[in-house]
Design a protein around this ligand. Structure first.
Ligand code: CTP
Length: 402
């Protein structure tokens, strides 16, 4: 179906790729209107944009003198989707700050439509705390990000993340966003916990476990691909946060519980984190030193059970609560008991016994324990487990209430 796309081209060398993007969007039958920022117009001309889009290119010169023709509000409201490519550090900062001092930033502030940004800049600018901060704000606002990719930069000898995503990647992200309403979890909020927790012993030591976060992160990514708004509450992991997901980083079980409660309400919640069951009774304020009198005794106290706490809530209990059960023996029997004890709807039970390689590995063998019975799933990649679980969650959502 034909959609109307407002493409904002910022000032960067990657602007030439946006000409190709216009062509690809037109090939798909979309209408494309283009705003060239002042910087963008230094790299490509309004004439080349107009030739490809078969519409006049909008520039600041036009908007400031000729509002009567088509206003910036109309320009952003008549679009189904706004795409910013290349999104420069400056343009992203303006968006994050809500500035409106040229046609592009004004159109972006005036819109109530989905916005996709394809950042492009020098790797140091991309990694600068100010850009990190702006990106976090934009993602929290619901802006979708595609790229940037790693690679050699236009500046000689520079390498790193900062290359704008390729036109075909941007096109794929556009199609995902436009098709979003038809996706099975569109309009739903899915909450996922992932990774281990770290429970401090003293400022340099902590209690942890072997969880990599792969299974939980894969579930968050699969839920986002199914159209859900996803909040991922993750303990310390070495893997990247999935694209298109709001990730909240925490360290301890108590922080994880607080972040989960802050993210409610949710339509479904999946508790894939390997939460430490115990923490030390009192974290030492200073590094514990050897004093020649033998090893210290650690007194452990129990951490809050996040899954059980949320599943037993009277208010704002997610419609579907899914727990995991890491077991080393009597996997299904223990999982059945765990489902009842913790008050959750489903348990995904996995055998993490010695030699299975599940903890930290990429594959998983699980059993889905529901109120109706037990399904044994074949061994598969954690990504595939995630997709199947998300498909089951989507099928279990009450109809028509998103
Ligand atoms: N879980 C949690 N908070 C905790 C402990 C566990 O939310 N403090 C969640 C996990 O995310 C998982 C489920 O509870 O979804 C089961 O975790 P598991 O470690 O298998 O169970 P335990 O509660 O540790 O039970 P047991 O000691 O019997 O294995």
């Amino acid at each position: 179906m034909t959609k109307r796309i407002l493409l904002i081209i910022g000032g960067g060398i990657a602007a030439y790729k946006s000409l190709d993007l216009i062509r690809r969007l037109k090939e798909r039958g979309h209408e494309v209107r283009v705003i060239l920022t002042k910087g963008g117009a230094e790299f490509i001309t309004p004439l080349s944009v107009a030739s490809l889009s078969r519409e006049r290119a909008f520039t600041d010169l036009f908007s400031l003198t000729d509002e009567a023709d088509i206003g910036h509000i109309e320009l952003s409201r008549s679009a189904d989707l706004l795409v910013v490519a290349p999104a420069t550090a400056d343009l992203l900062a303006k968006m994050a700050g809500g500035h409106a001092d040229d046609l592009a930033s004004t159109a972006l502030l005036a819109t109530d439509k989905p916005v996709l940004v394809a950042p492009a800049m020098n790797p140091r600018m991309w990694q600068h705390p100010a850009t990190r901060r702006n990106m976090a704000l934009l993602q929290a606002d619901g802006v979708t990000v595609v790229g940037p990719n790693e690679g050699a930069m236009a500046e000689r000898g520079e390498f790193g993340p900062g290359r704008m995503a390729e036109p075909m990647e941007i096109l794929a992200a556009v199609e995902r966003l436009l098709g979003g309403a038809d996706l099975p979890l569109a309009g739903r909020h899915v909450l996922v916990t992932s990774g281990p927790t770290h429970e401090p012993i003293d400022p340099v030591r902590y209690i942890a476990n072997r969880s990599s976060g792969r299974q939980g992160h894969a579930i968050a990514a699969a839920a986002a691909a199914a159209g859900a708004r996803v909040t991922l509450v993750s303990g310390p992991v070495a893997i990247a946060p999935p694209a298109g997901v709001t990730t909240v980083a925490v360290e301890t079980a108590r922080e994880m519980l607080a972040a989960v409660e802050a993210a409610l309400p949710a339509d479904a919640a999946v508790f894939a984190a390997a939460v430490a069951d115990w923490r030390t009774a009192g974290e030492a304020a200073q590094k514990m030193k050897k004093n020649g009198k033998g090893a210290p005794r650690l007194t452990l106290v129990e951490n809050p059970d996040i899954l059980a706490t949320i599943a037993h809530r009277a208010e704002q209990r997610p419609g579907l609560v899914v727990g995991f059960a890491a077991e080393t023996e009597k996997v299904v029997e223990h999982a059945r008991q765990k489902r009842l004890r913790k008050g959750c709807d489903w348990i995904v039970a996995n055998d993490v016994g010695p030699g299975t390689g599940v903890m930290g590995g990429t594959r998983n063998t699980v059993h889905l324990v529901t109120g109706e019975g037990v399904e044994d799933w074949p061994t598969m990649d954690k990504d595939e487990v995630a997709r199947r679980l998300v498909a089951r969650i989507a099928a279990a959502m009450p109809k028509g209430s998103a």
